[in-house]
Design a protein around this ligand. Structure first.
Ligand code: ASP
Length: 306
């Protein structure tokens, strides 16, 4: 396993291809076979993982908890609203307090971009970034890559359209970082207010368009994103209008490759980002993404903690 991950996982940006490939390969060992229940491992027995979530989360927090348990670790989950943060304790003091109890890693989600990077400089405990503001969500990009590679031999040359609120999306940023390292052909699409031109600088070769049909044409993968209402400071585009121009409907899929994969990191909003017919269609791999989240997080925890 890559040595750099002993210090934690803060983002995809600083991982190289070999490190990413090692995690994706190891995750395969943790995927249950069809119709089989998951396997239990004890590689992290006697280890302790703290999950510290300062922002709402269902799937990521649960997924990290299940991943830690399946490796035999103990896990404690703390939601910020029930913690001393609400008593005014600073972030560094909260983290130092938790670190004093000697967990082997802290999994952390925070609304401020860069919060885990800042804390990593103050702490010896490895930190795994479970989403920092609009910056990165590395395990999401890894599980997305695992989900694509379960169905396609390579990411190289795949045409990937990422559609929605790109401006506020850490999922988009982490995916662009990962996919560009593997030379995928990336198109980012959204309304002008959610697609600032400087996003083209995220990685070489990234293209931007406000036209959904253009983004989808010949796509191998369509990643839909939730509109991040909690991160927008202006009045949002009304739901109906948003869906009319940027909602994925069955007729759009005709423009894409016949075997196109439809992805979404969740939570999905039916009738805003995509129609129910698309979400429930054969092309949708949304629940496979959730399933792979556990296997990929097991691989990440193992490489950070062991
Ligand atoms: N669950 C993802 C995230 O935490 C996507 C979303 O919330 O829209 O970034």
């Amino acid at each position: 396993m890559p040595h750099s991950m002993r210090e934690g996982l803060l983002g995809i940006e600083n991982l190289d291809r070999a490190e990413i490939e090692a995690i994706l390969k190891r995750a395969r060992d943790f995927q249950p076979a069809p119709n089989e229940s998951f396997k239990r491992f004890d590689t992290l027995r006697n280890r302790m993982i703290v999950n510290l979530f300062f922002e709402a989360s269902t799937r990521t927090r649960t997924s990290f908890e299940i991943a830690a348990r399946r490796l035999g670790a103990e896990v404690v989950s703390i939601a910020a609203s029930g913690s001393s943060v609400s008593k005014g304790e600073s972030l560094v003091d909260t983290l130092n307090t938790l670190a004093a109890m000697r967990p082997n890693a802290i999994v952390m989600r925070h609304s401020a971009s860069g919060a885990p990077h800042f804390l990593a400089r103050h702490l010896n405990t490895p930190i795994i970034n479970a989403g920092d503001g609009a910056h990165e969500h590395p395990t999401q990009a890894l599980l997305d890559a695992r989900t694509i590679l379960d169905r396609r031999p390579t990411l190289e040359g795949l045409r990937v359209a990422i559609i929605g609120d790109i401006a506020h999306s850490r999922v988009a940023r982490s995916n662009v970082q990962l996919l560009s390292k593997f030379k995928a052909d990336i198109v980012l699409c959204g309304p002008p207010s959610l697609l600032p031109p400087d996003l083209a600088k995220l990685a070489p070769g990234v293209r931007l368009t406000n036209d959904m049909a253009e983004a989808i044409r010949d796509a191998d993968v369509i990643m839909m994103l939730r509109v991040q209402l909690e991160r927008q400071h202006e009045a949002p585009i009304p739901t109906g209008e948003y869906f009319q121009f940027y909602g994925l409907r069955l007729e759009h899929l005709q423009l894409a490759r016949p075997d196109v994969l439809v992805m979404h990191p969740g939570p999905i909003n039916r009738g805003r980002e995509l129609s129910s017919e698309v979400a429930d269609s054969q092309r949708s791999v949304i629940l496979n993404q959730v399933e792979n989240g556990v296997a990929v997080r097991m691989a990440v925890l193992e490489s950070v903690v062991q």
